[in-house]
Structures are given as structure tokens and as C-alpha cells.
Design a protein around this ligand. Structure first.
Ligand SMILES: [Zn+2]
Length: 424
């Protein structure tokens, strides 16, 4: 597993590096970054001229549907989609069947991933038993078994007192809580963003307040308990403002958004496009603008896909009954690179949000090309042009609103522990 990656533009925010360098990998770990490095006799040499060399990208929010819902995706296919998208690590949410709220399920995921997955898979355990919002799950046991965070993602912890205790226990346990912040009473029977488009389409709306009210509650609970909290998939301008203000007064809150929230508005729903149905829903132009501002000013720490595979039969139905969620692992990189093209972010800041920060938030010893770190490396061709085609996607499910869209940028090589697991 010795590799010399020659002549690429190395972008590693963890060391404040953005320059043309060689990268030497020995025995699955980063050995050295430098100019004119010589390849050891047994090393494979990759010519990275014209390509970006970054710490392996980390997607801290995916749904691998395994165990129990493998007709949508499984750990192997999900990991293959991650590798094709340039991700060397993913964190998978616990809303499997059964829910990952105990060490048996966590161990199943860890063991299957170790044996068969192309990338690192880090399970997220449930906050409450069965994610039912009634009794806390055994967080110590989950952490011991390999969970890197806890979340009831897919639904909020409705009871604020229970959320308070979750934050307190998790703090004591040294495990991050990831909030799915949503006020269900305000969501009601809504199926898309509440606004002009929903009215035109005659669909019931979900107001921005359904997100903002819940984000505010969770931020205040983090402040009150003096605990770290990560908020998943923020989509509204109000969420950005609430989190910006909280950070300014020292609350230990971090957050992520997903590529669709800075790439699309609720206009994408027109035509009753079920592949544009997700939760939280696509919002309006001013929300998209606020998400970009939040990424640029550091309010939004990470970009995560919320990769949510669904079978065609669950999407090829009337809009009201179609399931929420889209796949994202294979389109995240080009959609995110567009932020650099559009001068919203510089390359270093983008890599920070796709590798460094996710590692820090989850407490992983990755997201860096420092000597000694596991050799998780993504080599990116920023100029590769391609079209999103269902039959070419590695994911088992094809529910993407970007099918048929032209993309610029792709992973050229994905390297996990010094091993090339994907080559374009
Ligand atoms: Zn969620």
C-alpha cells in the first residue's frame, strides 16, 4: 500500500496548505508532503498534475438503509456510491429497521463495513430507544460499540425535557448529539415549502417556521446545558441567523447544510417532481442566498448530503404520498465545487467543510494529510465534465433531482487507508 501522488495541487486546510506538492503514502498512512519526493521501489505512482489532492472527503450524514431496508441501499452499495463521489468516510444515520439504538445493530454495521465496504463507515446511534422520543438509548453502550454520534434523524426529539437530558448525558459521555430540528405541529400535512409555488401547485406547505422554531429550541437547550450540539441539514435563512447569533455568544453549536439547499429552490418541485421532495423541503431564493452567506462566513461548518435512497416505487407515485429524500453521494462534489467557481468559497474553505470540520465534529482522526494520519485521500479533477445518468450511478437507488444535469468536477481517485478504492 505504498503510493506516491506526484505534482497535484494539495489543498489541506488542516495544515493551511494550498500548493503543488507530492504526497507519499507508506503502509496505509501519510508519510510525507514535499517537493520532488522519490518513490520507494514498490510504490505505485499517480500523476496528479492538474488535479487537486485533498484529505479524504467525509460525508457526516447519510442513510445506508442497512439493516432492514436493503432494497433501497445497503452498506456495500452505499459505500461504493461514496467512493465514486470522492468520499472516504461516511456517518450513517440510525433510522434503519430495526433502529440502531443498541450495540448489536452497531456491531453489525461496523463488522459488515469493515469486511466489505470500500470506505470507512461510522455509525450514528439513536438518541432515544427506537427513535420513538420516549426513553433515552444507552449512549455509553452505543459509543463503546463504535457510534460516533447520536441522533433521532428523520424525526425530532419532540419532548424538550428529554432533549435536555440527552444533551447532558451525551456531554458526560463525550459523544455528539445531532439534532433533526423540526416542529411537527407546524409541518402538519405539508409536503413542500410553504409559499407561492406550493399555492400554484395546490400542495400543502411546510412553513420555514417549522425549522426555525425547532432550531431555536435546540440551540437554547445547548446553551442552557452548556453542551455541544450539531444541527443537521439546515435550509432556511432563519436557521442561519439563529446559529450565527448563537455562535457569536459562545454556544457550542455546529451545523451542516446539504448541496440541494444551495443548488435548488422549490421551483424544482414544479411538475410534481417527487425527486425534489425531501425534508426539510427545498426553500426559496432568499434562503439559498442565506445558506451561501452562512457557508462563506463560517456559520455553516459542514456540507453533508443527507443521502436518502428510495426505491422507484416509493417515488413514482402521487407527490403527496411520495417518500421524502434524495440520493446525494455522487453529486455532492461537483455541486459543492460550483461554490468555488461562483466565488462563494475558496478551495481551502470548501475542503474544510467537506473533510476537516466533519472529522472534528465527529471526533475522527481524519480530515488531514498530516504525517501519520490514515491515508484517506481524494484526488479531484475539477474540470471533468459529465452528465448525471441513472444507470451510471453506483447507488442502488436513483432518486436524484439532478438526473440529466451537466456536472463539472469529479473524483479522479478515492483512496482509503492507502488503497485506491475508486478510479475514474
Ligand atoms: Zn433529518
Amino acid at each position: 500500500m505504498n503510493l506516491l501522488i506526484k505534482g497535484g495541487r494539495v489543498v489541506d486546510p488542516s495544515q493551511n496548505i494550498d500548493e503543488n506538492l507530492d504526497l507519499l503514502v507508506v503502509d496505509g498512512r501519510i508519510k510525507e508532503l514535499g517537493k520532488g519526493l522519490k518513490a520507494p521501489a514498490d510504490a505505485e505512482v499517480i500523476d496528479a498534475a492538474g488535479l487537486l489532492v485533498t484529505p479524504g472527503l467525509i460525508d457526516m450524514h447519510v442513510h445506508l438503509r442497512d439493516p432492514g431496508l436493503e432494497y433501497k441501499e445497503d452498506i456495500i452499495t452505499g459505500a461504493r456510491a461514496a467512493a465514486a463521489g470522492g468520499f472516504t468516510s461516511v456517518a450513517c444515520m440510525p433510522n434503519t429497521k430495526p433502529v440502531n439504538d443498541n450495540k448489536a445493530i452497531t456491531s453489525y454495521i461496523v463488522n459488515k463495513a469493515k469486511a466489505e465496504a470500500l470506505v470507512n463507515v461510522f455509525p450514528v446511534g439513536a438518541i432515544t430507544q427506537g427513535s420513538k422520543g420516549e426513553n433515552l438509548a444507552e449512549m455509553g453502550e452505543l459509543k463503546e460499540a463504535g457510534c460516533v454520534a447520536v441522533s433521532d434523524d428523520g424525526r425530532p426529539v419532540v419532548n424538550a425535557e428529554l432533549m435536555r437530558r440527552a444533551l447532558e448525558y451525551a456531554k458526560g459521555m463525550g459523544i455528539m448529539v445531532i439534532a433533526h430540528s423540526e416542529e411537527l405541529a407546524l409541518v402538519g400535512e405539508g409536503v413542500m415549502n410553504e409559499g407561492f409555488t406550493a399555492t400554484e401547485l395546490g400542495l400543502k406547505g411546510i412553513p420555514w417556521a417549522a425549522e426555525d422554531v425547532a432550531v431555536a429550541r435546540d440551540v437554547y437547550l445547548a446553551e442552557f446545558t452548556d453542551s455541544p450540539l450539531h444541527i443537521a441539514h439546515i435550509s432556511t435563512k432563519g436557521s442561519v441567523r439563529i446559529i450565527r447569533d448563537a455562535k457569536a455568544r459562545g454556544v457550542q453549536v455546529t451545523c451542516e447544510t446539504a448541496p440541494h439547499y444551495f443548488s435548488l429552490t422549490d421551483d424544482a418541485v414544479r411538475g410534481y417532481e417527487t425527486n425534489a421532495k425531501m425534508n426539510p423541503p427545498l426553500r426559496e431564493a432568499e434562503d439559498v442566498a442565506a445558506i451561501k452567506t452562512g457557508l462563506a462566513d463560517g456559520t455553516i461548518d459542514a456540507i453533508a448530503t443527507d443521502h436518502a435512497p428510495h426505491h422507484l416505487d416509493e417515488k413514482d407515485v402521487e407527490f403527496n404520498v411520495a417518500l421524502n429524500g434524495i440520493i446525494g453521494l455522487e453529486t455532492s462534489l461537483p455541486l459543492s465545487l460550483k461554490l468555488v467557481e461562483d466565488k462563494v468559497l475558496d478551495m481551502k474553505t470548501l475542503v474544510e467543510k467537506m473533510a476537516v470540520k466533519p472529522a472534528q465534529i465527529l471526533g475522527l482522526d481524519r480530515g488531514t494529510l498530516k504525517a501519520g494520519a490514515p491515508a484517506d485521500v481524494t484526488i479531484i479533477d475539477p474540470n471533468a465534465e459529465w452528465v448525471v445518468e441513472a444507470e451510471k450511478l453506483a447507488s442502488k437507488s436513483k432518486n436524484s433531482p439532478f438526473l440529466g444535469h451537466k456536472m463539472t468536477g469529479a473524483a479522479a481517485y478515492t483512496i482509503v487507508g492507502g488503497k485506491v478504492v475508486y478510479k475514474r
